[in-house]
Structure formats: structure tokens, C-alpha cells
Design a protein around this ligand. Sequence first.
Ligand code: FE2
Length: 186
Amino acid sequence: MIGGMHRFLGTLVDEHERILDALAALYDYARFLAPIDEDPRGTLRDFSRFFREFLDGAHHHKEEALLFEAMFDAGFSRASGPVACMNHEHEDGRASVAKLSALSDGAGPLSPEELASLVEASADFTRLLASHIAKENQMLYPLAARALSDETFDALAERARAAHSLAEIEALEALGEALSARCAAR
Ligand SMILES: [Fe+2]
């Protein structure tokens, strides 16, 4: 327990900060650096990999396969309400990552149309996730903290470690930090 919140939830909150940092870097990259980057598609492949493997593969896995399932077991609805809503927003996030991946395909500099759609996709993705993450931090996780026991959280943390090794998570965190160091304007 850290400050009344189980470390399983604390880790998810920390991951949100990393995700928001990477999104800020992506938005800055789209506006300022992409037009002058020698290998914009390579950079976009790195961003896509971070969002695919850290946001979706690791973070959303912990939420969807572990936390949300435990909340369904505790009586939350699969069809409607807060957990179902968060699941739905994850799908919207996957659509944004697919747009980034599509832009990273091909070779050579990005066309003016591709640059414009990169800025738009980054802005949409940032808006979506900033609001989604605020809802999880301020509403969903406090609901989970009240509904689930410490023993349940211990079991979820154990299963999370089994699904993704610390080394795997740290490598993805390092990728996010490298992208922020390279691309964030602030
Ligand atoms: Fe989340």
C-alpha cells in the first residue's frame, strides 16, 4: 500500500505519466520536428512501438485482462457503466495507434498531407488519452480500490509480473524516455 492505494494501482498511475509524456513528445514531434527529420517514418515506428507494446501490450493488458476482470467479478457491469466505458475508450486508442503505424509505413519524407494527418492524429490521440487517463485516475481506480481486497490486488500484481518481466517493462520505459528526450519541445 502506498498512500492508501495498493501498489498495483500506483504502478498504473505511474504508467499514465509515462504515457502522457510520450504523447506530449509525439505532439511536439508532429508539429516541430517531423518536417525536418531525416527519417520521420523510423521515428514514427518507434512511437508506434511504444504505444503498441507499452500502452496497449503492457498497460492495457494489466487493466483489461486483470483489473477490469476483477472488477467484473466484483459485480461491475460488462455491458455499461464505468469499466465498460474505459474498455470502449481503449478501442478508440487502438484506432489512433493504427493511424500512426500507417503513417510510418513507406519510405522517404512525409508528404504535406501526411504531415497534416500526423498533427491531427497526435492531437486527437492526446485529447482522447488525457481525458481517459483523468477518468481512470480520478474515478475508476478509486472505485477499484474500494471494491477489491488487498489480497486480490496482490494476486493481480503477481499475474502482471508473470505476463511482462521487469526487464521487458524497463526496456519499453527507456524507449519512451528516449523519445521524450529527442522529441519533446518542453
Ligand atoms: Fe490506464
